[in-house]
Design a protein around this ligand. Structure first.
Ligand SMILES: CC(C)(COP(=O)(O)OP(=O)(O)OC[C@H]1O[C@@H](n2cnc3c(N)ncnc32)[C@H](O)[C@@H]1OP(=O)(O)O)[C@@H](O)C(=O)NCCC(=O)NCCS
Length: 161
C-alpha cells in the first residue's frame, strides 16, 4: 500500500460488478462471524441503496467499501449504514472516514437520518450519537451503546423493511 501523501484513491458508487471484490474485502475485515451480527438481520430485509454506497479504489484494487440500506424506524424512512471495511494495510489513512462521510452526506442530502451499529469512539467523530438512538430497537440482541444515529433526535421504534 502506498503512503497516504502519495496515494490518490478514487471513490465510486458501488456497481454490480464490484460485488465479488466487496465480499472478499468483508471476509478479510470481519471473518466468518460477520453473518451472525444483528446488522445482517437488518440487511436481509432492507433495500440496498447503491446510489449512497461507495467503494474506495487504489487503481483497480478495492481498498474500502461502505454499504447503505433503506429501512424504516417506527414507520419513518431511515438509511442503515454498514458494513464499513478498509483493507488492513490501507487503514489509518482516512479512507474509512472518507467513506463514512460520503455515504452519510448522500443520505442526509436525500433527507434521511442514518442509523448504524458500530463503535461510538469511531463514528462519533462524524456526528453519530448514541443518545438519539436510545429508543431504536434492532431485530435481535444488540448492545444499545453501539446503536448510533445521525440527523435525527427523535427516532423510536423497531427497525423494519
Ligand atoms: C473501522 C475501519 C473501517 C476504519 O478504517 P480506516 O481507513 O482506518 O479509518 P480512518 O483512517 O478514517 O480512521 C482511523 C482512526 O480510527 C481509529 N479507529 C478505527 N477503528 C476504531 C474503533 N472501532 N473504535 C475507535 N477508533 C477506531 C483508528 O485507531 C484511527 O485512529 P487515529 O486517527 O487516531 O490513528 C477499519 O479499521 C476496518 O475496516 N475495521 C474492520 C471492520 C470494522 O470494524 N468496521 C467498522 C464496523 S461497521
Amino acid at each position: 500500500m502506498i503512503a497516504p501523501a502519495e496515494q490518490a484513491l478514487s471513490f465510486t458508487h458501488e456497481q454490480p460488478q464490484d460485488a465479488d471484490a466487496i465480499e472478499a474485502l468483508l471476509d478479510h475485515a470481519f471473518g466468518p462471524g460477520r453473518f451472525t451480527k444483528v446488522s445482517e438481520r437488518v440487511r436481509e430485509f432492507a433495500e440496498f441503496r447503491p446510489d449512497m454506497s461507495f467503494c474506495a479504489w487504489d487503481g483497480a484494487r478495492l481498498v474500502g467499501s461502505v454499504r447503505m440500506w433503506a429501512v424504516h424506524v417506527g414507520g419513518r424512512p431511515v438509511i442503515f449504514l454498514g458494513p464499513l471495511a478498509v483493507l488492513a494495510e490501507g487503514r489509518k489513512f482516512g479512507t474509512g472516514g472518507e467513506l463514512v462521510q460520503r455515504a452519510s452526506a448522500a443520505a442526509r442530502a436525500a433527507g434521511y437520518p442514518v442509523l448504524l451499529v458500530g463503535d461510538q469512539p469511531y463514528f462519533g467523530r462524524f456526528g453519530y450519537c448514541v443518545d438519539a438512538a436510545k429508543d431504536v430497537r434492532l431485530p435481535g440482541p444488540v448492545d444499545q451503546r453501539r446503536v448510533l444515529v445521525l440527523g435525527a433526535s427523535d427516532l423510536a421504534g423497531l427497525v423494519t423493511a
